[in-house]
Design a protein around this ligand. Structure first.
Ligand code: SF4
Ligand code: SF4
Length: 276
């Protein structure tokens, strides 16, 4: 069982002794099956923390987007394995310092995942490595198999139809821990790289450009998918890109904080098939 009480006690202890300035976790949401992020700053507030199978959002993005680590104090945060992977990617991309973070790890089965940072990074890498070797079958969406059976024209029509519903709200970007650019390409208007009006051409550009920016960086947390108000199955694109990167470059994103970003590094024996 998930150790809600254990982590509550741990949060209280860390806050009481001043070891962390904040604990980022989950509190009850607007319906019984929803959880919302909560930012706990004192011993008394820690009783708001809940931990169960409804805690699905990847909270790691708050560490970067809200600048919570800028004063070099420590922050504790509840994370599932996908969230721990994104912490590693953010560290590898110099967006945060893992030594400032205390991880309250948990998995979807309700088991505790040890808070693995600093000197425990090796064990953490081993744990994440086991996910790479034995990905849960349910993580591959059945729709992916259907899309793979389509010919290129059918596949293009499928995505054209899906993207036609995009309203350019950018909720997917805001919810994604890996979308941390201060100024997104879509916000640039001199020059304007992507048409921002909500028509098919601009929608396609936006979603495809975002997919490429996430290639080799997406951890499959599903934050983007859940945030999309028109239910575009963004997870399908990002998880397919992750598979492609694993096949082509043997790169599984977020194994450890020292892992080089796949599209910012190269190996001497890379195939270079795109040139030949
Ligand atoms: S693209 Fe979506 S699934 Fe991938 S890391 Fe970002 S929010 Fe998570
Ligand atoms: S969240 Fe959905 S509707 Fe909003 S920009 Fe992203 S894909 Fe488009």
């Amino acid at each position: 069982m998930i150790t809600q009480e254990k982590y509550r006690s741990k949060a209280k202890k860390l806050l009481a002794e001043g070891s962390v300035k904040m604990v980022i976790g989950y509190s009850p949401g607007s319906t019984p099956d929803r959880r919302r992020p909560v930012f706990i700053r004192s011993f008394d507030e820690a009783d708001q923390l809940v931990l169960d199978s409804n805690c699905i959002a990847n909270l790691s993005g708050y560490l970067v987007s809200e600048g919570l680590l800028s004063d070099e104090k420590h922050v504790a945060i509840f994370l599932r394995p996908d969230g721990i992977r994104s912490i590693n990617i953010l560290a590898a991309e110099s967006q945060l310092n893992v030594d400032q973070i205390i991880i309250f790890g948990f998995d979807t089965n309700g088991n505790e995942v040890r808070a693995l940072t600093g000197e425990h990074a090796g064990e953490f890498s081993e744990f994440i490595g086991s996910i790479k070797e034995h990905p849960p079958e349910k993580s591959r969406d059945p729709l992916l198999y259907q899309i793979e059976q389509m010919n290129p024209q059918e596949r293009f029509a499928f995505w054209k139809d899906e993207f036609s519903r995009c309203i350019k709200c950018y909720a997917c970007r805001q919810a994604c821990p890996m979308c941390y650019c201060r100024r997104c390409i879509v916000d640039s208007n001199q020059p304007q790289w992507i048409n921002t009006s909500s028509h098919t051409l601009g929608n396609f550009e936006w979603n495809v450009v975002r997919a490429f920016h996430l290639a080799g960086r997406c951890v499959g947390c599903g934050n983007c998918d859940r945030a999309c108000p028109v239910n575009i199955p963004l997870r399908l694109i990002n998880s397919r890109m992750a598979e492609e990167v694993l096949d082509s470059f043997d790169h599984f994103a977020g194994l450890n904080p020292a892992q080089e970003p796949v599209l910012a590094s190269f190996k001497k024996d890379d195939s270079e098939t795109f040139i030949l």
